[in-house]
Design a protein around this ligand. Structure first.
Ligand code: FES
Length: 109
């Protein structure tokens, strides 16, 4: 299977999130990447609460203190590292993680 370059690490704000709506292999709404320092994680952009995208507006995702990604609908909060919902209406559920590698500053899957 060929490698897909999702984005550059520096495309993602440190402590923030970047929507990757063009990458629809796993979901029509695409993916979302979150970053803290030199680490990044990628998830399918689908909240486990109501199976809807985590954002209202393209490219606009809410994060808090570089720790959690928040769903725009009912404020479920998901850990950057694990995708687990740590607070909110679907506590204990998790986002679907997409395994990625960081090579030469590029996030690849
Ligand atoms: S749809 Fe995400 S918290 Fe309800």
């Amino acid at each position: 299977m060929s490698t897909i370059i999702l984005c550059q690490l520096d495309d993602i704000a440190d402590g923030g999130a970047l929507g990757l709506p063009q990458h629809t292999q796993r979901s029509p709404q695409g993916l979302v990447a979150v970053r803290r320092g030199d680490q990044a994680w990628v998830y399918v952009n689908r909240c486990p609460h109501f199976s809807v995208p985590l954002n209202y507006h393209p490219e606009v995702f809410c994060t808090y203190r570089g720790q959690v990604l928040m769903c725009a609908h009912h404020s479920a909060m998901f850990s950057f590292e694990s995708g687990m919902c740590v607070d909110g209406p679907c506590k204990g559920a998790a986002l679907e993680q997409v395994p990625v590698q960081l090579i030469d500053g590029k996030l690849q899957m």
